[in-house]
Design a protein around this ligand. Structure first.
Ligand code: PBE
Length: 268
């Protein structure tokens, strides 16, 4: 075999935070002397997962709840150890948690929620004509609208699929009454939005982790060690601030990621 410098490929899903996390991993691995391509914003969860299992990418940022429910089809809460055992036969490993949770939640404009007296997801049952706007991946997911409407017996039928980036605008304009939030969305802090209480405990925990191919440990040990510096290194506040750099200030993901690394991970 030709022993060249190691090459790896990082993937990310098509939303701001995933691309930023992919960039953080990419730049850390590059600083460790690895040739890295970032296949950025590949698509939804299933697309990224398929690319990983096929070996088209070596790692991508994922969330424990997404892995458990959407990828592995689990219906009961799973521990990280159980998730690790489930992916090991596929030649995959899971990092330690990066340090923050980006969960799903349902949100309404504060004013509208107040006017209708909606505080919990159960309260939505009394308002069947509300217009919902969800990202297209959320609609069919068992940990998304599909499971939610069954669990809470929600009657709404006006459900529109849209890009998550456009959802907040729909709420603001009044075109939509309710959207699904990602709890680390930068736009959440900007608008007066009420996060409805998940009173039936429907949503699982969505801790951010790096999912990677087990053979990376032999193929590119330095890159893997560098990427794993992200473990425990990103708290919720840091992640929201990174998302804000991109979504509110218009900075590119590579620049936002590079800024954090320069500040927190100055290379030796
Ligand atoms: N989440 C919330 C979604 C998107 C944001 C982390 C649960 C996911 O990527 O699975």
């Amino acid at each position: 075999a030709v022993a060249g410098p190691p090459r790896i490929s990082v993937g990310s899903k098509a939303f701001t935070e995933s691309v930023v996390l992919g960039e953080l991993a990419t730049q850390l691995a590059r600083d460790a002397g690895t040739t890295v391509t970032h296949d950025s914003a590949l698509g939804g969860t299933q697309t990224a997962w398929l690319a990983l299992t096929r070996g088209e990418i070596d790692l991508y940022p994922e969330y424990t709840g997404t892995l458990s429910r959407d990828i592995l089809g689990r219906t009961e809460p799973t521990t990280l150890a159980e998730l690790r055992a489930a992916v090991a036969p596929l030649g995959l490993k899971i990092s330690e948690p990066l340090g923050f949770v980006n969960g799903y939640a349902l949100g309404m404009r504060e004013e509208r929620a107040e006017e209708l007296g909606v505080e919990t997801i159960s309260d939505l049952r009394a308002h069947p004509s509300l217009r919902f706007g969800f990202s297209s991946e959320f609609v069919p997911r068992t940990d998304g609208w599909k499971g939610l409407r069954a669990k809470y017996r929600l009657p709404q039928t006006e459900v529109q699929g849209l890009e998550h980036e456009l959802a907040y605008r729909g709420l603001a304009s009044g075109a939509l009454d309710l959207i699904e939030l990602y709890t680390t969305d930068a736009k959440l802090s900007q608008a007066a939005i009420r996060q409805l209480k998940d009173d039936a405990g429907f949503f699982p925990d969505y801790s951010a982790v790096i999912l990677y191919r087990a053979d990376l440990a032999e193929r590119a040990p330095d890159a893997l060690a560098a990427v794993r510096r992200l473990e425990g290194a990103l708290d919720e506040e840091t992640m929201i601030a990174l998302n804000a750099r991109v979504d509110l200030e218009g900075v590119s993901e590579p620049v936002a990621a590079g800024g954090l690394l320069a500040e927190r991970f100055p290379s030796a």
